[in-house]
Design a protein around this ligand. Sequence first.
Ligand SMILES: Cc1ncc(COP(=O)(O)O)c(C=O)c1O
Length: 393
Amino acid sequence: MPFDFSHTPDRSQTNSLKWSKYPPSVLPLWVADMDFPAPPAVNEALARAVAHGVHGYEFPSRRLREVVATRMERLYGWKVSPSWVIATPGIIAGFNAAAWAVCRPGQGILTQPPVYPPFLSLHKNIGGLAHQDAPLREVAEGENLLRYEIDFDHFEFMFDTDAPTRLFLLCNPHNPTGRAFSREELLKMAETCLAHNTLIVSDEIHSELTLPPHRHTPIASLSPEIAARSITLIAPSKSFNVAGLFTGFAIIPDKDLRESFLKAAERLCMHVPSLGLTAAEAAFSGECDEWLADLLTYLAANRDFVTEYARANLPGIRVTHPEATYLSWLDCRALNLAPDPYQFFLKKARVALSNGADFGEGGQGFVRLNFGCPRGTLEDALDRMKQALAEAG
Ligand SMILES: Cc1ncc(COP(=O)(O)O)c(C=O)c1O
């Protein structure tokens, strides 16, 4: 019996960021959390911990680190030692600690915009670092579809431009474009990094939201040499909808790099919440895999619905057909919506999307739509957007 994702608890009376930022008349399809309850096994594990009643400090246990390592081997054939696994209070904390651990003033951090906004400000958090951009290339597919590719000439050109590129912050799968990069693409990027002595920090928070038939490949799984120059960041937060518990993992095969990361994590006071560890162990244990398979089926159908709805009802808007994530990326540039598409849909359609301009180069004139919600909510939001466009003439 598949899980039912069509009915969800009312979040409007909770302290949810997604549901409390805008007035109640606005439908929120912005920040990346889903409206579905976490899988039963996660909620049961949390309920047991709450019933115990004592919530003191915790370490990530050996068992939890084994659960993470076993999952990497089972899902991707990547052999991970539990000793490489470090718990972090989320992924942003993880890439900040990585940058603190390895970057020195005068060096550069490379990203691929349009990309998740905290990637674009990482260099500022450390200070004295250069930000380097190798934008993804837009490829039109038919009338209204958009796909993104790596422009390898530009990617290679950007290394060591204004400063030695110390860290490449990869987003795989990529938010907001929904690309699940292929082995060939990953290998080519990794070889360039190795040639420039650049460390790869790979944010793989959306990895388990890769929609069949696409498959996720951890970049570090490609070879021991790449693994030795990589920090892989994973978390149950997106796929099992437990983002508010702020728990993720850094997988760092190289011992010296691991020790530098641990020192930075200590300096940054990166403590992990005990309930987050509880949820992560249940999420990654395998007990939630059926739930996840049903979720992916539901999300793929929502993704197809957005693509088809846009083709039939939102003329002038091009959309991605994401290979992973629950995020569609809508190119509204041809419509010249004033003052920008984010404000237009917020004011005229009462739909809150994410503003593409926040995602850096190539994001202006775009909005990001979160389809991790019941189909009815999605349909309502798209109908409101269609109506607002019709009224704007
Ligand atoms: C690519 C990416 N990385 C990191 C995060 C946030 O991770 P955390 O809340 O664990 O810091 C998000 C959230 O949307 C994301 O999309």
